[in-house]
Design a binder for this molecule. Sequence first.
Ligand SMILES: [Zn+2]
Length: 298
Amino acid sequence: MQAMTADLLENPLVQRVLMAKMKTQQHRQSLKKEDAQQKSLRLERAGIPISKCPYGVCDGNGVILNSANENESASICKCVQDRVNKARYINANIPERFKMFTVNSFDCSLYDKKNDAILACNAKEAAIAYLTHFEENAERGEGLYLHSHTKGSGKTRLAISIGNAIMASYGKDVKFVRCLDLLSKVKESYREDSEYSECQILEEICNIPVLILDEIGVGNASDSDNKILTRIIENRGTNKKITILTSNCDIDELPYDERVISKLKEQARRIKMPEESVRDKVAEQRDRDFGKQVSLLE
Ligand SMILES: [Zn+2]
């Protein structure tokens, strides 16, 4: 049994479970079959399906009722934290091929040129320093801007590794989004038959605690691109949300209005990445690591 922590109590999924449990408790004596089915549906909609507790501690819905004295209290089973973590990883939208990458496994020896190997090591050290002082950086709303002109030089790989570490070590929600996909999604919302409004998309993007915005600055920026990005970057900056960006341009070369560029300079610490593509080598390394895992199972 695990005591209810303040962090868990603030979690909306946990709050919904507790609400559902309280209601169930009130009607426990007269619980009908239909009520039980509805309760099960509510928990499933909250992303917490009723299932068997893997620890055999709760009855599967994550709440442990302590009724030793007259004041009945409740605590959260540790299986809830597992489910919250799992939901967090699913919602993060990390592409499959990047899911296992960590900052520690970022391999500077993959870069052949001496200068690129030095830049890679400096970038890795900067990522570790950023994560070590993450709580102070989060308070200031300070993000990162990983840039180099060469595609496949490890920017997305390192940005996602930082996101993976933030989820695992600091329990913050992270979301990975490609800049072009985000802009297209917002523009699609202008269509009459669109499922979502522009406001809904922007509100969701602005509220994500840690946003990885991949490949910002690709292509020519239209007026609407500038407006959309200005709203996102300004809103996230004002609310001290963290944005981790990757780009094939220096901040000053971005094809956006001065307003976006100056906000990015304020909000994101720049990390210069190597100018050498290691995409094929990273894929080979990943396949080798996967091969090792498979052989361990054989
Ligand atoms: Zn449990």
